[in-house]
Write a new protein. Structure first.
Length: 432
């Protein structure tokens, strides 16, 4: 009979995900033991509010007086960080844990995106694991796919829908004809959106994920500076309806690609053809598409929000450590990671959707077309929707392809016009 080793785990952070993970690890102790040939035990837990009502019972002996004690206790082998945020306790905990030669599992994409390079270096030096599958796209196993399943491939592009909350909101606006605020409230009531969902709505959450995937895809260091980030805050029901009329759906896309050794990273709402695969990723689903050689195109899809999906990813990382698998956080040694050139998307060409709501008077359309012409933009399609009772008109324009810098310049000039009802809407069209 093979003697099984014992591995002790500390969970720091007992929100919805931490509580669900705790219950899973306790309930499935024997199952995990069979899978890993190692006994595991949740020895300690810690939370900001110990007295908070939770739907689980935790023995008093398991509560740490101070979360940082987990990094010093010799009995602890794995620390699961579920505090969140790039700074404060989460940062302090993970840096201290790795320096004290503790394995770390985290769902904290903001922390990895900001400090991943430094943390990876410490983990490598101390021969411990830093695992972050749960930090990117919940139950979609994209990190392991890049590190293991697709390791033979030279990747040229990685893109997709990386945020379940924003995708649920856009889907609700489209399928249920809801205004943005109503769709957001629905997402909150179903537990898909946090009480403060700003990072989901402004694109920051997706940007953190994309930076991590870019580093893994192109064997580079994380680049926090050269990335274009826009959220879904300004998309309204009228834009959703217009997109449908034009044969498109609106999705919040993350795209990272390398061409001629130059990488561009961008996060923004896009119009995608209704017939495309990505247009049919609805609700809280996430999808990641990888283009590479020799594999061609690979698609990985799954739920990107909720404690169940996140726990699936966390347990996958925990099992890797229980099995004794020593892995480099970013797949290759720190010294072999490349400093590649990143560039802005200003010179990249897009077709675009422009919506200009204006006072209903003569000469307005002529002035708009003149402004576009001055900025070297040409019109592919134009729809004019007059609202006579409200004395304004909504002009929808689809442009031919033009440099992103010229598209932005045109929107800037149009935003200065006195005949505007509100700032012009500008959404790129993505041919994928």
């Amino acid at each position: 009979m093979i003697k099984k080793n014992k591995t002790n785990i500390a969970i720091v952070g007992l929100g919805n995900i931490g509580s669900y993970l705790y219950k899973y690890l306790i309930k499935n102790k024997n199952y995990l033991s069979k899978k890993s040939n190692t006994l595991s035990d949740v020895l300690y837990v810690s939370a900001k509010n110990k007295s908070k009502k939770r739907k689980l019972s935790i023995p008093k002996r398991k509560w740490l007086k101070n979360y940082i004690d987990a990094t010093r206790d010799k009995k602890i082998d794995i620390i699961v960080e579920l505090i969140g945020g790039a700074e404060g306790p989460a940062k302090k905990l993970v840096f201290a844990a790795l320096k004290n030669k503790k394995n770390v599992v985290t769902a904290n994409k903001a922390l990895i995106a900001k400090y991943g390079d430094k943390l990876a270096k410490i983990a490598e030096k101390n021969n411990v694991n830093l695992e972050f599958e749960a930090a990117v796209c919940g139950g979609v196993p994209i990190i392991k796919s890049l590190k293991e399943g697709l390791i033979a491939n030279s990747i040229s592009k990685i893109y997709g829908v990386f945020n379940g909350t924003s995708n649920f909101i856009l889907t609700s606006m489209d399928k249920n004809n809801l205004e943005f605020k109503d769709a957001l409230n629905r997402a909150k009531s179903l537990g898909y959106a946090e009480s403060n969902p700003s990072s989901d709505l402004n694109g920051e959450d997706v940007a953190s994920k994309l930076k991590i995937l870019t580093a893994l895809s192109f064997n580079s260091y994380i680049n926090n500076k050269d990335i274009s980030v826009e959220g879904i805050n300004k998309v309204d029901r009228v834009d959703i309806k217009n997109a449908n009329l034009l044969g498109y759906k609106i999705k919040l896309l993350a795209v990272s690609e390398i061409k001629k050794n130059k990488v561009t990273q961008r996060v923004n709402p896009c119009l995608v053809k209704k017939s495309s695969y990505i247009a049919n990723i609805n609700g809280v689903l996430n999808a990641v598409i990888i283009e590479g050689k020799p594999v061609g195109e690979t698609v990985i899809q799954g739920e990107g929000a909720g404690p169940q999906a996140t726990t699936s990813a966390l347990v996958s990382d925990i099992l890797s450590i229980l099995k004794g698998e020593k892995k480099l956080p970013f797949m290759i040694p720190d010294k072999k990671r490349k400093k590649i050139y990143f560039e802005s998307i200003s010179n990249k060409k897009f077709s675009a959707y422009l919506r200009v709501d204006v006072k209903d008077k003569r000469g307005v359309l002529s002035d708009i077309t003149k402004t576009m012409s001055k900025n070297k933009l040409s019109i592919k399609r134009l729809i004019q929707n007059p609202y006579k009772s409200k004395k304004y008109s909504s002009i929808v324009i689809v442009t031919h392809q033009a440099k992103d810098s010229l598209l932005n310049k045109t929107v800037f000039h149009l935003s200065k016009k006195k005949y505007l009802i509100q700032k012009p809407k500008f959404i790129r069209i993505e041919n994928i």
